[in-house]
Design a protein around this ligand. Structure first.
Ligand SMILES: [Zn+2]
Length: 104
């Protein structure tokens, strides 16, 4: 039974490896990562963290490419929201810009 504690099955490469081949993870039940270090390394390359900025940016760009009409029609579908947004955020910004110009 003791041997079982010292190894762990990696769900990435489907191999049983010594626990030293795994990263520690406090949140996990057994305090160890489900993927071995090798798998984790290649995983990180392929799938960067979900909310990584560069990743999200690339994801959104791809998504917009696939849905070019969605953004175009958005303002038509949400005229109230669009004008509210303008009143709340864009207008003050525009006014501030004008003010700054005057001062210069
Ligand atoms: Zn692995």
């Amino acid at each position: 039974m003791k041997d079982k504690e010292l190894t762990k099955h990696c769900s990435g490469c489907d191999t049983t490896k010594p626990i030293t081949a795994f990263y520690k993870r406090a949140a996990a039940k057994d305090k160890l990562d489900n993927f071995c270090k090798d798998c984790r390394k290649s995983l990180n390359k392929k799938n960067p963290p979900k909310y990584d900025r560069a990743y999200m940016k690339a994801y959104m760009a791809k998504w917009k490419e696939k849905n070019p009409d969605y953004m175009k029609g958005w303002y038509d579908r949400n005229p109230d929201y669009a004008s509210n947004y303008y009143q709340k955020y864009q207008k003050p910004k525009d006014q501030a810009k004008r003010k700054n110009k005057k001062q210069m």
